[in-house]
Ligand binder design. Structure first.
Ligand SMILES: [Zn+2]
Length: 409
């Protein structure tokens, strides 16, 4: 298969005016200038478009898509957690699947082809995987906080499930939910998944910070009441358990990291772990400013994610990575356009352990891409990508156009 476009932006290489992408067996085999394309047989002329690699959304909870606008911007993080627990308790499997699939369609319609998702219901997952063309990195969530809960048994069951199940495109990972909903022996057990990509919500709220560093506050109180042993709080820090269990490494994707201090940032940088920032969720909670400068200076791999629509006040919000890019761009005017695009492509691919496979157009990468209509000049291409609103023009995953799937969004 051969595609020709007015502009091809591989991200892993400079912008090409009048370019082509050749694919075979679902993979990219050649990218270059049309004038240097030797075999032109069967070319599909895409015309006045920008062709670029499918976006990689590094963090999402698809099953909460239908919670958009359900929880007004909360006074405290603990208050939001309580509202979430109540909302989730009412959701049947059928509603869970509908919400997940609605979110998946929204993601694809907005140019995402690989998605890092936190999965809460194993029993639904094989059916869900079969119902989307998305390349999934499905992180199986583990929450185990009661002092008497059996971590060994929980991890054994998860391991057995992971041995038997994997998505048709993509892979599985694990997600010990957060330091406050897990305990050290559980994190230590998770060290047996050392070859897998992991994702964990860490240092998300000031209340989590207060819980670990000072042993008090609304989150501390809520979890103590829920039966968590709080001996690891006070004089500690949110990353301590992750580090002590040996999970702080280049296969760890830290979600949020809003309240890490400068010492933590250096440790994250040394470990090779990545950080995913979710601008709309960040704004919803009114967290302190994201540590962009600190992370960048320390050399941390940074990417963007949508998080879930349960942290959006707007009932019409969608799983739309462009909205996150635009929000982030507004808040950080000094970030270069190409750096911003890298946060939803090559950086996010690296964070999910898929460097060179997704988020770029180069030989060996999956044939995952999308197009945006564009008739301007070369110097406006990156701004046009960043500023795009609404669905994209066309999406290809694994060498297949997915128009029909997008129309159902
Ligand atoms: Zn999340």
């Amino acid at each position: 298969m051969l595609l020709r476009a007015r502009f091809v932006y591989p991200v892993s290489a400079p912008l090409i005016e009048d370019g082509f992408v050749r694919m075979a067996a679902g993979k990219v085999v050649e990218v270059g200038e049309w004038s240097k394309c030797a075999d032109r047989a069967g070319v599909e002329e895409l015309g006045e478009v920008i062709l670029l690699p499918g976006f990689v959304n590094a963090h999402c909870h698809l099953d909460y898509t239908d919670f958009a606008g359900e929880i007004p911007s909360p006074v405290s993080f603990a208050q939001w957690l309580k509202a979430m627990v109540a909302l989730k308790a009412k959701v049947e499997d059928s509603a869970h699947c509908e919400s997940w699939l609605r979110g998946a369609r929204q993601a694809v319609s907005h140019g995402v082809t690989t998605l890092g998702n936190i999965e809460t219901r194993r029993s639904c997952l094989t059916e869900l995987w079969a119902s989307t063309p998305l390349r999934m990195v499905s992180f199986l969530e583990i929450i185990l906080l009661k002092a008497e809960s059996d971590s060994v048994q929980a991890v054994k069951e998860l391991n057995e499930w992971l041995t038997l199940n994997s998505p048709p495109r993509g892979k599985t990972g694990i997600s010990p939910h957060a330091p406050y909903t897990t305990k050290l022996d559980l994190l230590q057990e998770c060290a047996q998944f050392s070859g897998m990509t992991m994702a964990m919500h860490v240092a998300e709220s000031s209340e989590e910070d207060q819980m670990f560093r000072h042993g008090k506050g609304p989150l501390w109180q809520m979890l103590k009441t829920a039966g968590r042993n709080m001996d690891d709080c006070a004089g500690s820090f949110p990353l301590e358990g992750v580090k002590a269990a040996g999970l702080l490494n280049d296969r760890m994707l830290l979600i949020h990291g809003n309240y890490l201090d400068s010492l933590d940032v250096d440790q994250v940088a040394d470990s090779g772990a990545s950080v995913v920032h979710c601008p709309r969720s960040h704004e919803y909670f009114g967290h302190r400013s994201f540590l962009l400068k600190d992370f960048r200076e320390a050399g941390v791999n940074l990417c963007l994610g949508t998080d879930s629509l349960a942290t959006m006040s707007d009932a019409h919000a969608q799983v739309d990575l462009f909205s996150e890019i635009q929000r982030f761009d507004l808040q950080n005017e000094d970030i270069a356009d190409e750096d911003l695009i890298e946060m939803v492509t090559v950086n996010a691919a690296r964070a999910l352990g898929m460097h060179g496979e997704v988020g770029c157009l180069q030989p060996g990468a999956f044939a995952d891409l999308f197009t945006l209509p564009y008739s301007g000049e070369a110097n406006g291409v990156k701004k046009a990508i960043i500023g795009h609103k609404g669905p994209v023009e066309a999406v290809m995953i694994d060498g297949q156009w997915v128009d029909e799937y997008m129309e159902a969004a």
